[in-house]
Design a protein around this ligand. Structure first.
Ligand code: WQD
Length: 338
């Protein structure tokens, strides 16, 4: 079976490429390196010992997509490509709507032309928006995301729902990620955002290696046990394996549209992440408590029951694994940077 991965050099895309190759799928990657690095291609080969096809290009470009489908018999597509920085999406909304929607529409149109109608879509817990739940089930009504990035995910989910209802020969699975962290145990691939990280773990890592001075914990006056926000962190390798399970289901069952939460179901506070990171890696982090960050919800956690029931998938890695693997990655890569 040959699978096209859009954005396959990115954080989650590259980890999924590794798991697909390990599961003996053939892989084709398209990436334009807008938020990833070319050397990830070699690292995927080193980790797996396997080769795969690569096309450098933009998923908005229907000509390169047509080239990929004419040169490869693609059995299914996993669509990761898209911009994903919440803060950047607020300051550059048009860039986010153009890129994330245009790339998805181009991909769907070419898949339709080529009669390849099996798609796994990289969605996000952000689509739950500001609904006043703390434990999210797939069937609850989507809320209103607080930023354009999250709104593009909601819009794409709506596009996919409408596409399926117009043409039920499509097989579509939408995976709603909670908070992906961690890295492959080799330390060769990981979350390596350019610039100042928005997300918690990449920021902690920069502080741990001295590239940033101090972590600010955004708010310790929330209505939570230790006053800091609670999130559902999931190891990126567990997340990648959730894609393999979703793909297997998609390829071996009747056409349908499905949605699954990919999370641990365990809520962890910011302070717990910090103290676990310090303990596991035997170091002291420089941090302080500061003001709340606009848009943050006090607690977000997955109900992962459906993914276990229908995909036979659940997380296996611990918070300690996430902290250890993340640090291993930055140590191996920040040395390369100096
Ligand atoms: C986690 C917690 C912060 C940085 C985002 C996206 C979501 C998804 C996951 C893609 C919050 C706190 C953070 C810092 C801090 N991405 N924090 N100091 O906001 O839960 O979700 O990433 O799908 O779409 O919204 O993740 O890592 O930014 O924040 O205290 O320097 O860490 O306040 O409570 P978030 P995050």
């Amino acid at each position: 079976m040959k699978i096209l991965i859009t954005g396959g050099c990115g954080y989650i895309g590259s980890h999924t490429a590794v798991e697909l190759l390990n599961a003996n799928y053939e892989v084709v990657i398209i990436d334009n390196f807008s938020n990833s690095k070319r050397d990830v291609l070699d690292k995927i080969k080193v980790i797996t010992g396997k080769n795969f096809s690569f096309y450098e290009g933009d998923v908005c470009d229907k000509e390169i997509l047509r080239q990929i489908f004419s040169e490869n018999k693609i059995d299914g597509v996993i669509h990761f490509a898209g911009f994903k920085a919440v803060g950047e999406s607020v300051s550059k909304p048009l860039m986010y709507y153009r890129n994330n929607l245009d790339s998805t529409l181009s991909l769907l149109e070419v898949m339709n032309e080529m009669n390849c109608k099996k798609l796994v879509f990289s969605s996000s817990a952000t689509v739950y928006g500001d609904c006043h739940e703390t434990r999210f089930v797939e069937t609850i009504k989507k809320g209103t995301p607080s930023n354009p990035y999250g709104k593009t995910k909601t819009m794409i989910e709506d596009i996919l729902e409408d596409l399926y209802h117009a043409d039920p020969t499509w097989s579509i699975t939408m995976l709603r990620y909670f908070n992906p962290v961690g890295s492959h145990s080799s330390g060769l691939i990981g979350d390596d955002p350019s610039g100042i990280p928005n997300n918690l773990m990449p920021y902690i890592l920069r502080v741990a290696v001295g590239q940033l001075e101090c972590l600010t914990i955004f708010g310790n006056d929330y209505d939570t046990p230790d006053g800091t926000c609670i999130r559902d962190y999931i190891h990126v390798v567990d997340l990648a394996q959730g894609h393999i399970k979703a793909l297997e289901q998609l390829l071996n069952n009747e056409p349908k549209i499905r949605i699954y939460n990919l999370g641990s179901g365990q809520g962890v506070s910011v302070t717990e992440i910090v103290t676990t990171f310090e303990k596991v890696n035997n170091l002291k982090l420089n941090y302080k408590y500061g003001a709340r960050r606009n848009g943050d919800l006090p607690a977000i956690c997955a109900d992962p029951t459906l993914a276990l029931k229908e995909l036979g998938w659940k997380t296996t890695k611990t918070l300690e694994d996430m902290c250890r693997d993340s640090y291993n990655f930055i140590i191996k890569n920040s040395q390369n940077k100096n």
